[in-house]
Write a protein that binds this ligand. Structure first.
Ligand code: EPZ
Length: 422
């Protein structure tokens, strides 16, 4: 099994191109099921999760061709002959639940395996199912699968009010509502940039949508959708991750394609920590001004708040901050598994429930550590780049799910990093 070896090597300098967003692409791809005409995505990220979504769509009958070295996904669903999303694919990644809405909306029936648990939390899909029931679907849970039917073969518009914000449930309801009979209003909707990107793409296909990016989205259902070509929005989580390189190691890095609007709350915390972030013509330039960063407190929240997907990486920075920081994880109930691994590198971290208290130390030391999930894996690499000596991060298959060409991109700014089989 692959591991990644990193050696602390001082300040990092240069430019890093930021890819299209994994979490946008994973909700854009199922939109192909809503139309019989081609949907082409450009600026697609080259990741194992995208390959798995491709496999899932192909298992339903969709055609998905990857072109231009994987940057372009040409999809077409003029015939969908299978309406069952099999456990063998679904168990590999949770976003597969996002085919349920489009299949139901397209043909009025679908059978989708329940995703099961996850390292960072229980992650149920009850809000997704309640949204479809509100749109008239009849659901039955049997043998680990959701069996869904829309009486009369078509969903109907509905008022859907989520008790708390869910990115996935908002996306699934939005996808399904485009072909429902009548108007759907999603209240307390998620406002993430990936949802705005989905709405823009669906509108290109002929959908009638208003309010994306706010807490209330209104969709006027239509009888059919056309095709479109759509560029995937920049990956704000990859962006935030690489903005931390000069913050942790010193130096100056320009992230090409970055925009302040994608990382507002995160950039504010970097500024409070004493790290400068400026917008350039090409992206965002990040510079660590002087010695140690300041300690800052962080609370994860839905967008536009501080993203939970940058919490682990921010913890890696705060391990060597001047002072004590408190991180509160409010989105997932078990998302501090990187903390004990950072402690193996000499960090001082005390986790109690949803809070982690990080007392900054002068320097981390390299060690053998284990990745437990996608964002935890990259936080350990960031910590290793700032540590004395060598760090070996095992189970990096997690990393490949969400970061393309990591070694190449990091070596481009002077990092000492290589993939080893250990
Ligand atoms: C999306 O997951 C992202 N994944 C996650 O990124 C991200 O952490 C999360 O949104 C929050 O920003 C993708 O887009 C593929 P939620 P999602 O529904 O949609 C609970 C990464 O690292 N909940 O907003 O699953 C849930 O358990 C990944 O790229 C229910 O209880 O997140 C969680 O505690 C990790 N019932 C909270 O809501 C439901 O039906 C927020 O989950 C749905 C969610």
């Amino acid at each position: 099994m692959d591991s990644i070896l990193v050696k602390g090597n001082g300040p990092l300098n240069g430019v890093i191109p930021i890819a299209g967003a994994k979490n946008a692409c994973l909700t854009l791809m199922p939109a192909t099921l809503l139309s019989e005409e081609p949907l082409t995505l450009t600026n697609a990220p080259r990741l194992s999760d995208i390959a798995t979504m491709t496999q899932l769509l192909q298992s339903l009958g969709a055609e998905v061709a990857s072109m231009q070295n994987g940057l372009v996904l040409a999809m077409s669903s003029h015939k969908v002959y299978n309406h069952t999303a099999d456990y063998e694919i679904v168990r590999k990644f949770r976003a597969s639940i996002l085919v349920l809405g489009p299949l139901l909306a397209r043909d009025g029936h679908a059978i989708v395996s329940l995703p099961g648990g996850c390292a960072i939390g229980a992650r149920p899909v009850d809000l997704h199912l309640k949204a479809f029931e509100a749109m008239g679907a009849e659901l039955e849970l049997r043998d680990g699968y959701v069996h869904a039917k829309a009486p009369g073969g078509r969903l109907r518009g509905a008022i859907i009010e989520f008790p708390f914000v869910s990115v996935g449930a908002t996306e699934n309801a939005l996808l399904a509502a485009t072909l429902a009979k009548g108007t759907t209003v999603i209240k307390n909707a998620a406002r993430e940039p990936e949802i705005v990107d989905l709405a823009v793409c669906l509108r290109r296909m002929g959908a009638q949508i208003d309010g994306e990016g706010t807490s209330t989205i209104t969709i006027q259902g239509v009888d059919r959708l056309g095709g479109a070509t759509h560029p995937v929005v920049t990956d704000r989580i990859e962006l935030g991750t690489y903005m931390l390189l000069p913050a942790i190691c010193g130096g100056e890095v320009e992230c090409l394609g970055g925009k302040m609007s994608l990382v507002g709350a995160f950039a504010e915390k970097l500024d409070a920590a004493g790290v400068s972030v400026v917008e350039t013509e090409r992206g965002l330039k990040v510079t660590r001004k002087n010695g140690r960063v300041n300690a800052v407190d962080v609370v994860t929240e839905p967008f536009p708040g501080f993203p939970t997907d940058l919490q682990a990486q921010m913890m890696a920075l705060l391990c060597t901050a001047d002072g004590t920081s408190v991180l509160e994880e409010k989105i997932f109930e078990n998302r501090f598994m990187h903390a004990p691994e950072l402690v193996r590198m000499g960090a001082k971290i005390d986790v109690h429930g949803g809070h982690a208290t990080v007392t900054g130390v002068e320097k981390l030391r390299g060690a053998r550590v284990m990745a437990t999930d996608l964002r935890a894996s990259v936080s350990l690499i960031l910590a290793g780049l700032a540590a004395e000596g060598e760090t070996v991060v095992s189970r990096v298959y997690h990393l490949d799910r969400g970061y393309e060409r990591v070694e190449e991109k990091l070596r481009g700014v002077g990092a000492q990093i290589e993939r080893i089989s250990a």
